[in-house]
Design a protein around this ligand. Structure first.
Ligand SMILES: [Zn+2]
Length: 206
């Protein structure tokens, strides 16, 4: 059976410490043991979003994890890598393994921004798919973000954390880390930058 991680947009960050002072992390119990190679179901992109801009945002988001994008002053010692294989007609499928890692848009429950599902065997993540909701008006940049739109990069950087083996930390006490389950809010990109706990977790695996 796959494991699902559903992620949401919400407000308060509670009593959480600043991201570079918060060492918390949790692992899902599996890691990528070679380059994560993924495809994008570009045909699923909602109307109004440019498919190639979305693809670039997805690539950048994976790069935020594999490239250890942080403002805590930590060097990139994370050996994880990802590779974009191009577009696919295959849909992300959280019900069955199909041997392909696919990212695409689809219908999710109201309030859920994205879901990453993964299969683990012997400590290895053998497949991970990602579904992004079509119910939100996604923002691809802060300068064009309006109203209550969530930032795609912030959201997908968090999802990419799951792909590489990171689990959630509690929202109330660790809400400013990338791996807390809620975004800090609309039109912000905080989660695109890894916090200390996010870095420590990734460094412990890679
Ligand atoms: Zn999550």
């Amino acid at each position: 059976m796959p494991t699902r991680a559903a992620d949401r947009l919400a407000g308060g960050v509670g009593i959480s410490p600043p991201p570079c002072q918060d060492k918390a992390f949790n692992l899902i119990g599996g890691k990528q043991t070679s380059t994560y190679k993924w495809s994008f179901r570009a045909s699923s992109t909602p109307a109004g979003l440019n498919k190639s801009t979305v693809a670039n945002t997805l690539k950048k988001s994976f790069g935020n994890v594999t490239g250890a994008h942080n403002d805590c002053g930590r060097a990139d010692k994370i050996s994880a890598t990802s590779q974009y294989l191009g577009t696919t007609s295959t849909a992300p499928n959280c019900n069955a393994m199909d041997g392909k890692n696919v990212v695409g848009f689809g219908s999710l429950d109201p309030g859920v921004l994205a879901v990453t599902c993964y299969w683990i065997g012997n400590g290895k993540i053998v497949e991970a798919d990602m579904k992004i909701t079509t119910k939100e008006s996604w923002a691809l940049s802060l300068s064009t973000c309006r109203g209550d739109s969530p930032m795609l990069e912030a959201t997908i950087t968090h999802e990419a954390g799951h792909v590489f083996g990171m689990n959630h930390v509690g929202e109330a006490k660790h809400g400013r880390l990338t791996m807390s389950p809620y975004l800090d809010g609309p039109c912000e990109n905080n989660e695109a930058t890894l916090g200390l706990g996010d870095m420590l977790g990734l460094e412990s695996m890679y």
